[in-house]
Design a protein around this ligand. Structure first.
Ligand SMILES: C[S@@+](CC[C@H](N)C(=O)[O-])C[C@H]1O[C@@H](n2cnc3c(N)ncnc32)[C@H](O)[C@@H]1O
Length: 221
């Protein structure tokens, strides 16, 4: 049974199962141009940068970043989600270095990135702070983290269908507010917050679930 194999294995099983249908319902496919415009502005990049997308799934943010001309690496714990991501990158003719590894295990050189993205990932982690600390360590000093997530608990259509015992192990399973994300990012060593969700002319998620797109800069430790 999944829970006997641990939380990470349960999460990976879930996403392996959802992978073939995920892009069919995903906001980044239905609203690709909106996300592209918002990420382009939020990245505040003055040329090609080194971008790492943590928990890339089917490669949404990674592919958008690559299409903006950035050099992109990405990881995910679900091999099936990555299969979809790799196929999408190939079809789009975009080069992304995908790594089949959890955020915790991914081999990413410290201080090797200018931008790290985590979209809709914190809510599904057993140890979200570890992921933010990893983001901090792989960023160059002054580098930019972009976190996007939402308060998924307010919208029944966005509730995860994780088994109850698995969901209970995830501290942010209900989703999170921008203020909560700021608190976590501050603890992880980030400052200089800017929000970008106001740039969406309409909510990127049908049902108006409160979502945010937040950037911050890594402070030197
Ligand atoms: C809701 S999807 C979001 C995917 C993508 N970031 C996006 O915005 O479309 C969550 C993803 O997080 C991945 N994930 C969950 N826990 C992970 C971990 N510890 N390390 C790496 N990936 C993880 C899952 O496999 C899944 O692909």
């Amino acid at each position: 049974m999944t829970m006997q194999r641990g939380v990470g294995a349960g999460v990976t099983d879930y996403w392996n199962g959802r992978a073939p249908r995920f892009d069919g319902v995903a906001s980044h496919v239905a609203r690709r141009e909106l996300w592209l415009a918002v990420l382009e502005t939020a990245f505040q990049a003055d040329g090609p940068k080194d971008v790492v997308d943590l928990g890339t799934g089917t490669g949404a943010c990674a592919l958008l970043a690559a299409s903006l001309g950035h050099r992109v690496r990405a990881c995910d714990g679900s091999a099936k989600m990555l299969e979809v991501a790799r196929a999408a990158a190939e079809e789009a003719g975009l080069a992304v270095a995908f790594q089949d590894a959890t955020i915790e295990e991914a081999e990413i050189t410290d201080a090797s990135a200018d931008i790290v993205t985590l979209r809709n990932v914190l809510w599904t982690l057993e140890h979200p702070m570890e992921a933010l600390l990893k983001a901090h360590s792989i960023l160059r000093p002054g580098g930019l983290v972009l976190v996007s997530d939402g308060l998924w608990s307010v919208a029944p259509e966005y509730r995860s269908t994780y088994p109850e015992a698995l969901a209970a192990r995830l501290p942010l399973h209900d989703g999170l507010t921008e203020a909560a994300a700021q608190d976590l990012l501050t603890q992880a060593g980030f400052s200089g917050f800017r929000s970008w969700q106001h740039l969406f002319p309409t909510s990127p998620y049908p049902g108006n679930v409160p979502v945010f797109v937040l950037t911050a800069r890594s402070l030197a430790r």
